[in-house]
Design a protein around this ligand. Structure first.
Ligand code: NAG
Ligand code: NAG
Ligand code: NAG
Ligand code: NAG
Ligand code: NAG
Ligand code: NAG
Length: 295
């Protein structure tokens, strides 16, 4: 009797420690890094932070506070450099990796980050209504910026050295001026390996370090044009949308898209009824498309 109590006395603190460790281990979610879109700033993500706090308490979420508002018009490679510096320390503190949630234009910045960081430890890359195959359409953003131009004329500005100093032009993809796009787009055409460059195979390898890519988009977006660009589909030269699987970048596996798909690591989440500026604040979108990946 005496002896048994002695054992319990010795084991009890040990058991408490084991239970404590198990609890903290199972309750620890990977940090989440959020990259905002055109004209946004971290304050726009308040609801998202609340959703994550409620469903995954204790998650360390960082909405990177860089290139806010009109600063988001800066060239995308410059933004990629800035976000890279902000992300490194977060990644280094996260032994099990991080999740990346990138909204709108931010989704292209994230893809460039993933392709150009050989040592990133991103687990799941969530692309929230991002023009992954580019943009070709009038939006209120463009009307404010280029009041004189219609979508059919914007190529004249975008596919020049001056034009490429604006983020929007970095992913402007005019299906009627493919040659000019290939010659002059110094961002999307490189990222997609549509324009040959020496680092393409390294970029592909880097990109494929992710475990999963989740593509979220929907027909009522109203800003991303065509909205299917968020799912790697795009216009042909007749402005008919061709699905991802018939895109040359998919067929040639230019940057790893086909490999991800073959690995079953490409997830689509299509949500009607969501206009562009509501993607990160809509609880249904969060519950259906985002929540389950933030493990
Ligand atoms: C997270 O939720 C808890 C409980 O509702 C609340 O007390 C806390 O302030 C929240 N934290 C953040 C950062 O929102
Ligand atoms: C969240 O992560 C950042 C970067 O790793 C770190 O500096 C910060 O202290 C963390 N916050 C909490 C509450 O753990
Ligand atoms: C693209 O660049 C090539 C080589 O510099 C040039 O021959 C061609 O005319 C250019 N095409 C267009 C449409 O500018
Ligand atoms: C290609 O990689 C080399 C070596 O890592 C680097 O110096 C160079 O800037 C890269 N080029 C591009 C276009 O990223
Ligand atoms: C373009 O689309 C229109 C309308 O669907 C069709 O009549 C036309 O034949 C198409 N042209 C080409 C070249 O595919
Ligand atoms: C939120 O998303 C749901 C499902 O797609 C949609 O029906 C609803 O209209 C959206 N609400 C808002 C405010 O965008």
């Amino acid at each position: 009797m005496q002896r048994r109590q002695g054992y319990i006395g010795v084991l009890a603190p040990f058991c408490v420690l084991v239970i404590f460790l198990l609890l903290t281990l199972t309750a620890s979610y990977k940090p989440v890094i959020v990259i905002h879109g055109l004209f946004d700033s971290p304050s726009d993500f308040q609801l998202l932070l609340e959703f994550i706090n409620e469903t995954h308490p204790g998650t360390n979420v960082t909405v990177v506070d860089l290139f806010d508002r009109t600063e988001s018009l800066k060239p995308l490679w410059m933004q990629v450099e800035g976000f890279r510096r902000a992300m490194y320390p977060i990644m280094q503190n996260a032994v099990d990796g991080v999740h990346l949630l990138c909204y709108s234009q931010g989704g292209l910045i994230c893809r460039a980050l993933l392709s150009t960081m050989p040592d990133h430890n991103v687990d799941t890359f969530i692309s929230l209504s991002s023009p992954q195959m580019g943009q070709y359409g009038d939006t209120k953003y463009l009307k404010w910026l280029f009041p004189q131009h219609m979508k059919s004329n914007l190529y004249r500005l975008c596919y020049t050295h001056v034009g490429q100093d604006f983020s929007i032009c970095n992913y402007w993809n005019d299906p009627h001026h493919r040659d000019l796009y290939l010659n002059n787009s110094n961002f999307l055409a490189l990222l997609n390996d549509e324009r040959l460059h020496p680092n393409a195979s390294a970029w592909k390898k880097n990109f494929l370090r992710i475990r999963k890519m989740v593509l979220i988009g929907g027909p009522d977006d109203g800003v991303i044009m065509p909205w299917e660009s968020s799912l790697f589909a795009f216009y042909d030269d007749n402005e008919t949308v061709r699905e991802m699987k018939s895109q040359p970048v998919y067929l040639t596996d230019a940057f790893g898209l086909k490999t991800l798909d073959a690995r079953s690591d490409l997830v689509f989440c299509i949500m009607p009824g969501v206009s562009h500026t509501y993607w990160h604040s809509n609880r249904t979108v969060y519950d259906t498309c985002v929540d389950k990946w933030l493990t």
